[in-house]
Design a protein around this ligand. Structure first.
Ligand code: SAH
Ligand code: TMP
Ligand code: ZN
Length: 403
Protein backbone atom coordinates (compact mmCIF):
# COMPACT_ATOMS: atom_id res chain seq x y z
CA UNK A 1 0.00 0.00 0.00
CA UNK A 2 1.31 3.44 -0.95
CA UNK A 3 2.78 5.31 2.02
CA UNK A 4 1.49 8.61 0.57
CA UNK A 5 -2.02 7.90 -0.72
CA UNK A 6 -2.90 4.34 0.29
CA UNK A 7 -3.14 3.21 -3.35
CA UNK A 8 -1.77 -0.07 -4.75
CA UNK A 9 2.00 -0.29 -5.27
CA UNK A 10 3.25 -2.26 -8.29
CA UNK A 11 6.65 -3.80 -7.52
CA UNK A 12 9.30 -3.48 -10.24
CA UNK A 13 12.39 -4.90 -8.56
CA UNK A 14 13.19 -7.15 -5.60
CA UNK A 15 16.80 -7.10 -4.33
CA UNK A 16 16.00 -9.74 -1.74
CA UNK A 17 17.33 -9.90 1.80
CA UNK A 18 19.59 -6.94 2.61
CA UNK A 19 21.40 -5.61 5.69
CA UNK A 20 21.04 -1.98 6.83
CA UNK A 21 23.30 -0.01 4.49
CA UNK A 22 25.04 2.07 7.16
CA UNK A 23 25.25 -0.67 9.82
CA UNK A 24 28.99 -1.34 9.69
CA UNK A 25 29.72 -4.52 11.58
CA UNK A 26 32.04 -4.96 14.52
CA UNK A 27 34.14 -8.07 13.63
CA UNK A 28 33.21 -9.57 17.05
CA UNK A 29 29.49 -9.15 16.46
CA UNK A 30 28.80 -10.56 13.00
CA UNK A 31 25.92 -12.68 14.35
CA UNK A 32 23.85 -9.65 15.33
CA UNK A 33 23.13 -8.23 11.89
CA UNK A 34 19.62 -7.10 11.04
CA UNK A 35 18.16 -7.90 7.61
CA UNK A 36 15.05 -6.76 5.78
CA UNK A 37 13.59 -7.23 2.29
CA UNK A 38 14.58 -4.55 -0.23
CA UNK A 39 11.94 -4.27 -2.93
CA UNK A 40 10.82 -1.20 -4.84
CA UNK A 41 7.65 -0.28 -6.71
CA UNK A 42 5.47 2.54 -7.97
CA UNK A 43 2.05 3.60 -6.72
CA UNK A 44 -0.52 3.08 -9.45
CA UNK A 45 -2.65 5.94 -8.08
CA UNK A 46 -0.25 8.79 -7.28
CA UNK A 47 2.89 7.70 -9.14
CA UNK A 48 5.20 7.77 -6.11
CA UNK A 49 8.10 5.32 -6.35
CA UNK A 50 8.88 3.81 -2.96
CA UNK A 51 10.18 0.83 -1.02
CA UNK A 52 7.69 -1.89 -0.19
CA UNK A 53 9.04 -2.54 3.31
CA UNK A 54 9.91 0.07 5.89
CA UNK A 55 12.76 -0.20 8.41
CA UNK A 56 12.07 1.37 11.83
CA UNK A 57 13.75 4.80 11.85
CA UNK A 58 15.67 4.32 15.13
CA UNK A 59 17.47 1.33 13.65
CA UNK A 60 18.97 3.58 10.97
CA UNK A 61 19.35 7.02 12.56
CA UNK A 62 20.92 7.03 16.00
CA UNK A 63 23.92 8.16 18.07
CA UNK A 64 26.37 6.15 15.95
CA UNK A 65 25.03 7.00 12.45
CA UNK A 66 28.31 6.96 10.52
CA UNK A 67 27.64 9.16 7.47
CA UNK A 68 29.41 12.52 7.66
CA UNK A 69 28.29 14.98 4.99
CA UNK A 70 31.51 16.99 5.21
CA UNK A 71 33.63 14.02 4.04
CA UNK A 72 33.65 15.37 0.48
CA UNK A 73 35.32 18.64 -0.49
CA UNK A 74 33.04 18.81 -3.51
CA UNK A 75 29.90 18.50 -1.37
CA UNK A 76 31.23 21.06 1.12
CA UNK A 77 31.51 23.50 -1.78
CA UNK A 78 28.04 22.57 -3.05
CA UNK A 79 26.52 23.36 0.35
CA UNK A 80 28.46 26.62 0.74
CA UNK A 81 27.01 27.72 -2.61
CA UNK A 82 23.58 26.48 -1.54
CA UNK A 83 23.76 28.57 1.65
CA UNK A 84 24.52 31.65 -0.45
CA UNK A 85 21.60 30.96 -2.77
CA UNK A 86 19.15 30.31 0.07
CA UNK A 87 20.11 33.46 1.87
CA UNK A 88 19.75 35.58 -1.29
CA UNK A 89 16.47 34.00 -2.41
CA UNK A 90 14.62 33.33 0.84
CA UNK A 91 16.28 35.04 3.81
CA UNK A 92 16.24 38.71 2.89
CA UNK A 93 13.66 40.08 5.34
CA UNK A 94 14.45 41.45 8.81
CA UNK A 95 15.67 38.72 11.19
CA UNK A 96 14.84 35.74 8.95
CA UNK A 97 14.64 32.22 10.46
CA UNK A 98 15.65 29.02 8.67
CA UNK A 99 15.22 25.39 9.74
CA UNK A 100 17.13 22.51 8.17
CA UNK A 101 15.74 18.97 8.31
CA UNK A 102 18.64 16.48 8.54
CA UNK A 103 21.50 18.96 8.95
CA UNK A 104 23.95 16.12 9.68
CA UNK A 105 27.37 17.56 10.67
CA UNK A 106 26.33 21.11 9.80
CA UNK A 107 27.80 21.09 6.29
CA UNK A 108 25.26 23.69 5.05
CA UNK A 109 24.06 25.50 8.18
CA UNK A 110 27.54 26.45 9.38
CA UNK A 111 27.76 28.95 6.50
CA UNK A 112 24.48 30.59 7.53
CA UNK A 113 25.51 30.47 11.21
CA UNK A 114 28.71 32.33 10.31
CA UNK A 115 26.62 35.05 8.65
CA UNK A 116 24.67 35.41 11.90
CA UNK A 117 21.40 34.14 10.39
CA UNK A 118 18.88 32.77 12.90
CA UNK A 119 18.81 29.03 12.21
CA UNK A 120 18.02 25.62 13.65
CA UNK A 121 19.05 22.15 12.53
CA UNK A 122 16.81 19.16 13.26
CA UNK A 123 18.94 16.03 13.31
CA UNK A 124 18.05 12.78 15.10
CA UNK A 125 21.51 11.21 14.81
CA UNK A 126 23.25 12.40 17.98
CA UNK A 127 26.86 11.91 16.89
CA UNK A 128 26.65 14.01 13.74
CA UNK A 129 24.42 16.58 15.50
CA UNK A 130 27.24 17.08 18.01
CA UNK A 131 29.71 17.67 15.16
CA UNK A 132 27.34 20.37 13.83
CA UNK A 133 27.29 22.06 17.25
CA UNK A 134 31.08 22.13 17.20
CA UNK A 135 30.75 24.16 13.98
CA UNK A 136 28.62 26.79 15.75
CA UNK A 137 25.30 25.37 14.52
CA UNK A 138 22.20 25.21 16.76
CA UNK A 139 20.65 21.72 16.61
CA UNK A 140 17.74 19.84 18.14
CA UNK A 141 18.52 16.13 18.31
CA UNK A 142 15.20 14.73 17.11
CA UNK A 143 13.21 13.62 14.09
CA UNK A 144 11.36 16.32 12.18
CA UNK A 145 7.64 15.51 12.14
CA UNK A 146 4.37 17.14 13.16
CA UNK A 147 5.04 17.12 16.91
CA UNK A 148 8.61 18.44 16.81
CA UNK A 149 7.56 21.14 14.32
CA UNK A 150 4.94 22.38 16.77
CA UNK A 151 7.56 22.53 19.54
CA UNK A 152 9.92 24.47 17.29
CA UNK A 153 7.18 26.95 16.41
CA UNK A 154 6.39 27.48 20.08
CA UNK A 155 10.05 27.99 21.00
CA UNK A 156 11.32 29.95 18.00
CA UNK A 157 8.41 31.34 16.01
CA UNK A 158 7.58 30.71 12.34
CA UNK A 159 10.22 29.81 9.78
CA UNK A 160 10.74 31.75 6.57
CA UNK A 161 12.45 28.78 5.03
CA UNK A 162 12.66 25.07 5.70
CA UNK A 163 15.48 23.42 3.77
CA UNK A 164 16.48 19.78 3.47
CA UNK A 165 19.06 17.84 1.42
CA UNK A 166 19.14 14.09 0.94
CA UNK A 167 16.75 13.62 3.84
CA UNK A 168 13.12 13.97 2.74
CA UNK A 169 13.52 10.83 0.60
CA UNK A 170 14.58 9.10 3.87
CA UNK A 171 11.25 9.84 5.57
CA UNK A 172 8.34 7.42 4.95
CA UNK A 173 5.95 9.47 7.13
CA UNK A 174 5.60 12.31 4.61
CA UNK A 175 2.15 13.30 5.82
CA UNK A 176 3.52 14.11 9.27
CA UNK A 177 6.37 16.09 7.66
CA UNK A 178 3.94 18.18 5.60
CA UNK A 179 1.69 18.80 8.60
CA UNK A 180 4.82 19.92 10.42
CA UNK A 181 5.71 22.25 7.55
CA UNK A 182 2.22 23.68 7.56
CA UNK A 183 2.57 24.32 11.29
CA UNK A 184 6.05 25.80 11.20
CA UNK A 185 6.27 27.83 7.99
CA UNK A 186 5.31 31.50 7.90
CA UNK A 187 2.34 32.13 5.55
CA UNK A 188 4.63 32.89 2.61
CA UNK A 189 7.45 30.62 3.76
CA UNK A 190 9.17 28.26 1.37
CA UNK A 191 10.13 24.63 1.62
CA UNK A 192 13.21 23.79 -0.47
CA UNK A 193 14.53 20.24 -0.68
CA UNK A 194 16.86 18.23 -2.90
CA UNK A 195 17.04 14.48 -3.38
CA UNK A 196 18.22 11.91 -5.96
CA UNK A 197 16.10 12.07 -9.11
CA UNK A 198 14.36 8.91 -10.29
CA UNK A 199 14.85 10.09 -13.87
CA UNK A 200 18.65 9.97 -13.40
CA UNK A 201 18.58 6.66 -11.52
CA UNK A 202 16.67 4.99 -14.36
CA UNK A 203 18.80 6.59 -17.04
CA UNK A 204 22.10 5.55 -15.41
CA UNK A 205 20.92 2.21 -14.01
CA UNK A 206 22.25 3.49 -10.67
CA UNK A 207 20.34 0.82 -8.76
CA UNK A 208 22.69 1.29 -5.80
CA UNK A 209 20.69 4.42 -4.92
CA UNK A 210 18.08 1.94 -3.72
CA UNK A 211 18.66 0.96 -0.07
CA UNK A 212 16.92 1.05 3.32
CA UNK A 213 17.41 4.79 3.96
CA UNK A 214 16.22 5.88 0.52
CA UNK A 215 12.51 5.20 0.92
CA UNK A 216 11.20 7.47 -1.86
CA UNK A 217 12.50 8.11 -5.39
CA UNK A 218 11.01 11.42 -6.43
CA UNK A 219 9.98 12.92 -9.75
CA UNK A 220 8.38 16.33 -10.35
CA UNK A 221 5.15 14.52 -11.12
CA UNK A 222 5.06 12.49 -7.92
CA UNK A 223 6.22 15.36 -5.70
CA UNK A 224 3.60 17.65 -7.22
CA UNK A 225 0.88 15.14 -6.52
CA UNK A 226 2.04 14.46 -2.94
CA UNK A 227 2.39 18.20 -2.26
CA UNK A 228 -1.14 18.87 -3.54
CA UNK A 229 -2.50 16.20 -1.20
CA UNK A 230 -1.02 18.10 1.75
CA UNK A 231 -1.91 21.65 0.63
CA UNK A 232 1.38 22.60 -1.04
CA UNK A 233 2.49 23.34 -4.57
CA UNK A 234 5.78 22.95 -6.46
CA UNK A 235 6.70 26.43 -7.67
CA UNK A 236 10.20 25.75 -8.94
CA UNK A 237 12.48 22.86 -9.77
CA UNK A 238 16.15 22.70 -10.67
CA UNK A 239 18.44 19.89 -11.75
CA UNK A 240 21.59 19.39 -9.66
CA UNK A 241 24.65 17.43 -10.78
CA UNK A 242 25.53 16.14 -7.27
CA UNK A 243 25.17 12.53 -6.03
CA UNK A 244 24.60 11.20 -9.53
CA UNK A 245 21.78 13.59 -10.41
CA UNK A 246 19.26 15.29 -8.14
CA UNK A 247 16.33 17.66 -8.27
CA UNK A 248 15.87 20.67 -6.00
CA UNK A 249 12.19 21.46 -5.44
CA UNK A 250 10.78 24.72 -4.09
CA UNK A 251 7.33 24.40 -2.54
CA UNK A 252 4.91 26.94 -1.16
CA UNK A 253 1.47 26.64 0.32
CA UNK A 254 -1.03 26.21 -2.50
CA UNK A 255 -1.98 29.61 -3.92
CA UNK A 256 0.99 31.43 -2.35
CA UNK A 257 3.18 31.31 -5.44
CA UNK A 258 2.88 30.48 -9.10
CA UNK A 259 4.81 27.63 -10.69
CA UNK A 260 7.70 28.82 -12.86
CA UNK A 261 8.36 27.53 -16.40
CA UNK A 262 10.90 24.93 -15.22
CA UNK A 263 8.12 22.94 -13.53
CA UNK A 264 6.00 22.55 -16.66
CA UNK A 265 9.10 21.86 -18.77
CA UNK A 266 10.31 19.00 -16.57
CA UNK A 267 6.79 17.56 -16.21
CA UNK A 268 6.57 17.46 -20.00
CA UNK A 269 9.99 15.81 -20.19
CA UNK A 270 8.93 13.15 -17.66
CA UNK A 271 5.77 12.46 -19.69
CA UNK A 272 7.76 12.26 -22.90
CA UNK A 273 10.15 9.70 -21.39
CA UNK A 274 7.29 7.62 -20.06
CA UNK A 275 8.77 7.90 -16.57
CA UNK A 276 6.76 5.57 -14.36
CA UNK A 277 5.51 3.28 -17.12
CA UNK A 278 6.06 -0.50 -16.87
CA UNK A 279 8.25 -0.42 -20.03
CA UNK A 280 10.71 1.99 -18.44
CA UNK A 281 10.93 -0.11 -15.27
CA UNK A 282 11.35 -3.31 -17.29
CA UNK A 283 14.29 -1.74 -19.10
CA UNK A 284 15.77 -0.69 -15.76
CA UNK A 285 15.37 -4.22 -14.35
CA UNK A 286 17.13 -5.68 -17.39
CA UNK A 287 19.93 -3.13 -16.93
CA UNK A 288 20.36 -4.09 -13.27
CA UNK A 289 20.68 -7.78 -14.15
CA UNK A 290 23.22 -6.90 -16.85
CA UNK A 291 25.38 -4.87 -14.45
CA UNK A 292 25.25 -7.69 -11.89
CA UNK A 293 26.39 -10.33 -14.34
CA UNK A 294 29.09 -8.16 -15.97
CA UNK A 295 30.48 -6.91 -12.67
CA UNK A 296 30.68 -10.31 -10.98
CA UNK A 297 32.06 -11.78 -14.22
CA UNK A 298 34.82 -9.17 -14.38
CA UNK A 299 35.75 -9.51 -10.69
CA UNK A 300 35.94 -13.32 -10.94
CA UNK A 301 38.08 -13.07 -14.05
CA UNK A 302 40.50 -10.64 -12.39
CA UNK A 303 40.70 -12.84 -9.33
CA UNK A 304 41.39 -15.92 -11.50
CA UNK A 305 44.22 -13.94 -13.15
CA UNK A 306 45.71 -13.34 -9.71
CA UNK A 307 44.99 -9.58 -9.69
CA UNK A 308 44.55 -7.64 -6.45
CA UNK A 309 41.25 -5.75 -6.36
CA UNK A 310 40.05 -3.41 -3.60
CA UNK A 311 37.08 -1.05 -3.29
CA UNK A 312 36.95 2.75 -2.79
CA UNK A 313 34.23 4.32 -0.62
CA UNK A 314 32.32 2.27 1.95
CA UNK A 315 29.14 3.96 0.80
CA UNK A 316 25.59 3.10 1.82
CA UNK A 317 25.01 2.48 -1.90
CA UNK A 318 27.68 -0.23 -1.95
CA UNK A 319 25.64 -2.37 0.45
CA UNK A 320 23.07 -2.94 -2.30
CA UNK A 321 25.76 -3.71 -4.87
CA UNK A 322 27.80 -6.14 -2.79
CA UNK A 323 24.81 -7.98 -1.29
CA UNK A 324 22.74 -8.13 -4.45
CA UNK A 325 25.69 -9.18 -6.63
CA UNK A 326 27.16 -11.54 -4.03
CA UNK A 327 30.51 -9.71 -3.82
CA UNK A 328 32.47 -10.55 -0.65
CA UNK A 329 36.09 -10.62 0.58
CA UNK A 330 36.85 -13.44 -1.88
CA UNK A 331 36.51 -10.90 -4.74
CA UNK A 332 37.38 -7.57 -3.04
CA UNK A 333 40.15 -7.70 -0.42
CA UNK A 334 38.99 -4.59 1.44
CA UNK A 335 37.38 -1.20 0.90
CA UNK A 336 39.03 2.07 1.87
CA UNK A 337 37.13 5.12 3.14
CA UNK A 338 37.96 8.44 4.83
CA UNK A 339 35.35 8.05 7.59
CA UNK A 340 37.10 7.13 10.88
CA UNK A 341 33.92 5.52 12.31
CA UNK A 342 33.97 2.93 9.50
CA UNK A 343 37.61 1.87 9.96
CA UNK A 344 38.21 -1.58 11.41
CA UNK A 345 34.58 -2.51 10.75
CA UNK A 346 33.15 -4.89 8.16
CA UNK A 347 30.84 -3.82 5.36
CA UNK A 348 27.22 -4.76 6.14
CA UNK A 349 26.22 -8.21 4.87
CA UNK A 350 29.28 -8.75 2.66
CA UNK A 351 31.74 -8.48 5.58
CA UNK A 352 34.46 -6.92 3.44
CA UNK A 353 36.87 -5.12 5.82
CA UNK A 354 37.02 -1.29 5.79
CA UNK A 355 40.38 0.48 6.00
CA UNK A 356 41.61 4.09 5.95
CA UNK A 357 42.33 5.51 2.48
CA UNK A 358 46.05 5.68 3.38
CA UNK A 359 46.09 1.86 2.99
CA UNK A 360 45.56 2.18 -0.75
CA UNK A 361 49.23 2.84 -1.51
CA UNK A 362 50.64 0.09 0.75
CA UNK A 363 51.27 -1.14 -1.98
CA UNK A 364 48.81 -0.11 -4.72
CA UNK A 365 46.45 -2.89 -5.87
CA UNK A 366 45.97 -3.70 -9.58
CA UNK A 367 42.34 -2.55 -9.70
CA UNK A 368 40.08 -0.37 -7.58
CA UNK A 369 36.30 -0.72 -7.79
CA UNK A 370 34.86 2.77 -7.36
CA UNK A 371 31.87 2.39 -5.05
CA UNK A 372 31.76 6.18 -4.42
CA UNK A 373 31.23 6.83 -8.16
CA UNK A 374 29.33 10.03 -7.41
CA UNK A 375 32.61 11.47 -6.06
CA UNK A 376 34.68 10.11 -8.98
CA UNK A 377 36.30 13.38 -9.99
CA UNK A 378 37.38 14.27 -6.46
CA UNK A 379 38.64 10.78 -5.65
CA UNK A 380 40.48 10.15 -8.91
CA UNK A 381 42.21 13.52 -8.61
CA UNK A 382 43.23 12.73 -5.03
CA UNK A 383 44.48 9.25 -5.98
CA UNK A 384 46.27 10.33 -9.18
CA UNK A 385 49.34 8.32 -8.20
CA UNK A 386 47.40 5.04 -8.25
CA UNK A 387 46.65 5.56 -11.93
CA UNK A 388 50.18 6.75 -12.65
CA UNK A 389 51.62 3.64 -11.04
CA UNK A 390 49.68 1.52 -13.54
CA UNK A 391 46.50 0.88 -11.53
CA UNK A 392 43.05 0.84 -13.15
CA UNK A 393 39.67 2.00 -11.87
CA UNK A 394 36.56 -0.12 -12.34
CA UNK A 395 33.21 1.69 -12.70
CA UNK A 396 29.74 0.14 -12.83
CA UNK A 397 27.58 3.24 -13.41
CA UNK A 398 26.13 3.68 -16.00
CA UNK A 399 27.78 0.44 -17.14
CA UNK A 400 30.63 -1.85 -16.12
CA UNK A 401 33.91 -0.63 -17.55
CA UNK A 402 37.61 -0.28 -16.80
CA UNK A 403 38.81 3.33 -16.82
N1 SAH B 1 21.76 16.91 4.61
C1 SAH B 1 22.94 16.06 4.66
C2 SAH B 1 22.67 14.71 5.33
C3 SAH B 1 22.02 13.66 4.52
S1 SAH B 1 21.98 12.09 5.36
C4 SAH B 1 23.52 15.89 3.28
O1 SAH B 1 22.86 16.21 2.29
O2 SAH B 1 24.64 15.39 3.17
C5 SAH B 1 20.34 12.05 5.97
C6 SAH B 1 20.21 12.66 7.35
O3 SAH B 1 18.83 12.73 7.68
C7 SAH B 1 20.86 11.84 8.46
O4 SAH B 1 21.80 12.64 9.13
C8 SAH B 1 19.68 11.41 9.34
O5 SAH B 1 20.01 11.33 10.71
C9 SAH B 1 18.67 12.51 9.06
N2 SAH B 1 17.24 12.19 9.27
C10 SAH B 1 16.58 11.03 9.08
N3 SAH B 1 15.26 11.18 9.37
C11 SAH B 1 15.08 12.47 9.76
C12 SAH B 1 13.97 13.24 10.21
N4 SAH B 1 12.73 12.72 10.31
N5 SAH B 1 14.16 14.53 10.54
C13 SAH B 1 15.39 15.10 10.45
N6 SAH B 1 16.49 14.42 10.03
C14 SAH B 1 16.33 13.13 9.70
P1 TMP C 1 28.13 9.06 -0.35
O1 TMP C 1 28.28 8.59 -1.76
O2 TMP C 1 26.87 8.58 0.30
O3 TMP C 1 28.34 10.55 -0.23
O4 TMP C 1 29.30 8.36 0.48
C1 TMP C 1 30.64 8.56 0.13
C2 TMP C 1 31.54 7.68 0.96
O5 TMP C 1 32.85 7.71 0.37
C3 TMP C 1 31.71 8.15 2.40
O6 TMP C 1 31.81 7.02 3.24
C4 TMP C 1 33.03 8.91 2.38
C5 TMP C 1 33.81 8.21 1.28
N1 TMP C 1 34.75 9.07 0.58
C6 TMP C 1 36.11 8.76 0.62
O7 TMP C 1 36.49 7.78 1.24
N2 TMP C 1 36.98 9.59 -0.03
C7 TMP C 1 36.56 10.72 -0.69
O8 TMP C 1 37.39 11.45 -1.26
C8 TMP C 1 35.15 11.00 -0.74
C9 TMP C 1 34.65 12.19 -1.49
C10 TMP C 1 34.28 10.15 -0.10
ZN1 ZN D 1 0.18 6.69 -3.93
Amino acid sequence: MCRVCGGPVRQFFDFGRQPLSDAFVDPDRVDEEYFYRLAVGICESCGMTQLLDEVARDRMFHEAYPYHSSGSVHMRRHFEQTAGRLSRDHLRGPDPFVVEIGCNDGVMLRSLAKEGIRHLGVEPSGGVAELARQQGVRVRTEFFEEASAAEILAAEGPADLVYSANTICHIPYLESVFRGLDTLLAPDGAFVFEDPYLGDILERTSFDQIYDEHFYFFTVGSVRSAAARFGFEVVDVERLPVHGGELRYTLKRAGRGSPGPAVAALLAEEDGRGLGTPEVFDAFAAGVERVRSELTGLLKELRADGKRVVGYGATAKSATVTNFCGIGPELIDWVCDVTPAKHGKLMPGSHIPVRPTESLAEPYPDYVLLFAWNHAEEIMAKERLFRESGGRWIAYVPEVRIL
